[in-house]
Design a protein around this ligand. Structure first.
Ligand code: IPM
Ligand code: MG
Length: 361
């Protein structure tokens, strides 16, 4: 009998529904080829949820996610909701989902696709062969630390406050994920912090160093975040696995993504100690091109591949999807974000169709 999985789909906002539709069609091919059965259930998040219910993360959505084997998310946000107070913005829905499912580990691979080297803004010799995994802490740090808010001071001035804090156990659990991840790669881990200025980073470096003693086979280095940002652009091939806190990881993962030419190609996995993971593209909802059939659906498809690999333990099916994506690029198919001379410009739907054709061959 076919192995069954319950998958929650969160299409969200902007280009979200378009790219999600492609991923679902592609997963239907995977079902047939690998004798799997996906039961898809769709739920609301972000701006779409605000419009329908007044809240960016309705309780029903969190329930549906908890009752599934994996969650596939597209993107949230848009100009329309930008002026709402921060706890009612679409982003609050995403942060609530991460916190609600305790997804403390965010894996963001940035791997150069040979077919797309020309799309990188950096020189070929700098980016050729780049293969980096950013392990970002996702449920702590300045994103969640308290106190937070905009308060009035004694002089009547407003003062904005956020708190960057990590406990030893929070550092240790993301550290372990990072060391284990590095072990499955080139066994090189670079921990990024700002321990020359921040106490929270001093503790971070201290704990990661201690943890390193348990992983003598992994080569551990440390960089300050400003230097890490520079090194990512100067000589990205020095990196294998990077581990860092929530805010630094947010920034460095966008920078690492751009080495590969387009953020439109990059997937991510957010995992907890147990329970369903959330799999989503690194890119956002691109409201400027929403509804125009211009979006690149491949990061969403590659996120589905990460879901198969890390969420459902279906590595062969993940390989199949990833190979299909390389093949469709090899055939010359391109969306606008990765277009170059001599290639065939396709819309979102047509890219999906081209991919399905490759997968069904
Ligand atoms: C990301 C995004 C989110 C973040 C936003 C949309 C809240 O930038 O997933 O990297 O800052 O974590
Ligand atoms: Mg980000």
């Amino acid at each position: 009998m076919a192995q069954q999985y319950r998958i929650t789909l969160l299409p969200g906002d902007g280009i979200g529904p378009e790219i999600m539709a492609v991923a679902v069609d592609v997963l239907k091919v995977v079902e047939k080829k690998f004798d799997l059965q996906f039961e898809f259930q769709e739920a609301l998040i972000g701006g779409a949820a605000i419009d329908a219910t007044g809240e960016p993360l309705p309780a029903a959505t969190l329930d549906v996610c908890r009752n599934s084997d994996a969650v596939l998310l597209a993107a949230i946000g848009g100009y329309k909701w930008d002026s709402l107070p921060s706890h009612l913005r679409p982003e609050a829905g995403l942060l609530g989902l991460r916190a609600g499912l305790e997804l403390f580990a965010n894996l963001r691979p940035a791997k150069i696709i040979p077919q797309l080297i020309e799309a990188s803004t950096l020189k070929r010799e700098i980016v050729e062969g780049v293969d980096i995994m950013v392990v970002r802490e996702l449920t702590g740090g300045i994103y969640f630390g308290k106190p937070r808010g905009i308060f009035e001071t004694e002089t009547g001035q407003k003062r904005g406050v956020n708190t960057m804090a990590y406990t030893e156990s929070e550092i240790d659990r993301i550290g372990r994920v990072a060391f284990e991840t590095a072990r499955k790669r080139q066994s090189k881990l670079c921990s990024v912090d700002k321990s020359n200025v921040l106490e929270v980073s001093q503790l971070w470096r201290d704990r990661i160093t201690k943890l390193g003693a348990e992983y003598p086979d992994v080569e551990l280095t440390h960089l300050y975040v400003d230097n890490a940002a520079m090194q990512l652009l100067r000589a990205p091939k020095q990196f294998d696995t990077i581990v860092t806190g929530n805010l630094f990881g947010d920034i460095l993962s966008d920078a690492a993504a751009m080495l590969t030419g387009s953020i439109g190609m990059l997937p991510s996995a957010s995992l907890g100690a147990s329970g369903p993971g959330v799999f989503e593209p690194v890119h956002g909802s691109a409201p400027d091109i929403a509804g125009q059939d211009k979006a690149n659906p491949l990061a969403q498809v590659l996120s589905a591949a990460m879901m198969l690999r890390y969420g459902l333990n279906q590595g062969a099916a993940a390989d199949f999807l990833e190979k299909g994506v390389l093949q469709v690029l090899q055939n010359g198919a391109r969306t606008g974000d990765i277009m170059s001379v001599g290639m065939q410009l396709l819309g979102c739907r047509a890219m999906g169709e081209a991919l399905i054709q490759v997968l069904e061959e």
